[in-house]
Ligand binder design. Structure first.
Ligand code: MRU
Length: 364
């Protein structure tokens, strides 16, 4: 996508052929800064500290993290160490494990001298593949949007967190259909949940929709149910950090509440996701997906730009009040109207997913 007229992906290889560059998402929307990742520790910290975030981008960054590790030291010891350390950087988005497994399977049988080149090549392929997958999710989602019967003179979508191009390599998952609808001339408008505590909606989704010229309005997380009751939401669309074999969807904390409100109000609730987000090894999302417990400080403090242009962090809790911060929740498949993938749209069920991915029929 373009930033002030210049096309960007969220991750790319620098001119030197070794350094990986990313957009620092912790500084958006107030500053656009590109960071260099020069070694595997940089890649691990970028994932852990959410300089890069969003399930598909986490996978891409992990793939390049393995390449950086092989550039440092292509030994078996480093291969094993990089795999383990990168895997521990964030627990919920399964794209991380998918990318690491892919790279390890490729690299382990190779002689060390060939690992560096092979790792960079595969990381670049994963990025290119992600762009194409997300473009297709957008096309499949656009076909759904065209069939909607909006209640007013615009099509009102509601989204949670950031599942746009910043969360992927390009296009986004949930936002790809929105961009394609907008580009096709449909009168689409997006209600953007602010997405406390880290505000990915207010800071990232609003920023990227604004840069692309998509009409949008940021709302407090608690406003969605009210808007749905008053006919102001035609469909909800979100991304996923991990989707189980039977179609349970794990995504940013608060997604589940939106799905409940959507069900109560007859609003379709769609999830956009690429195949590496499907965890075929598990079925029951509530019981089996590890939920990231993040720092209480994300709840107790807010950071933003002051009227004078500086950045400030302020406390919003009484001193001494503890805070809890589960990072994701699980929306059971029964609340999901459809899964939008690169292969098409299916019911959120094992049968629905297997109809699109028959090669997984024999998996555990
Ligand atoms: O904690 P984050 O910002 O990495 O959470 C991101 C999300 O919850 C996204 O919705 C999800 O990763 C899908 S991204 C296309």
């Amino acid at each position: 996508m373009k930033v002030d007229g210049k096309p960007y992906r969220t991750i790319w290889l620098a001119q030197d052929g070794t350094t990986v560059q990313v957009i620092d998402q912790t500084l958006l929307p107030h500053a656009f800064v590109v960071r260099d990742l020069r070694n595997v520790a940089n890649a691990m910290n970028a994932i852990r500290n959410m300089v890069v975030r969003g399930a598909p981008l986490i996978g891409a960054a992990a793939a390049y993290g393995m390449a950086l590790a092989m550039a440092e030291d292509p030994s078996d010891t480093m291969l094993a160490r990089a795999y383990t350390e990168l895997l521990e950087s964030r627990p919920t988005a399964v794209n991380l494990r998918w990318a690491l497994d892919d790279l390890r399977t490729l690299l382990a049988p190779l002689p060390p001298a060939k690992r560096r080149a092979a790792a960079y090549k595969r990381a670049a392929e994963i990025c290119d593949e992600d762009v194409e997958i997300c473009r297709r999710i957008g096309a499949n989602g656009l076909a759904l949007i065209r069939k909607l019967k909006p209640r007013g003179d615009r099509i009102n979508a509601l989204t949670h967190c950031n599942a746009g191009w910043l969360a992927t390599v390009d296009w986004g998952t949930a936002l790809s259909p929105i961009y394609q609808a907008h580009d096709a001339g449909l009168p689409i408008h997006v209600w953007v949940d602010e997405t406390r505590p880290r505000n990915q909606g207010a800071s990232l989704t609003a920023w990227e929709l604004g840069k692309h010229g998509v009409p949008h309005t940021v709302i407090a997380d608690n406003a969605g149910g009210h808007l749905m009751q008053h006919g102001q939401v035609d469909f909800c669309i979100v991304g996923s950090d991990r989707t189980t074999r039977r179609g349970d969807v794990c995504n940013k904390i608060g997604t589940y509440l939106k799905a409940l409100a959507a069900r109560d109000n007859g609003v379709p609730f769609y999830v956009g996701l690429p195949y590496p987000t499907i965890d075929w090894t598990i079925s029951d999302g509530v019981a089996e997906i590890p939920i990231e417990e993040r720092s209480a400080r994300e709840v107790s403090h807010l950071t933003g730009r002051t009227d004078s242009g500086g950045m400030a962090t302020v406390a919003v809790l009484p001193e001494g009040s503890p805070a809890a911060n589960p990072g994701c929740d699980v929306t059971p498949a029964r609340l999901v109207t459809g899964l939008i993938t690169e292969r098409g749209v299916c019911a959120a069920s094992e049968a629905g997913l297997l109809a699109l991915y028959p090669e997984q029929s024999r998996a555990a």
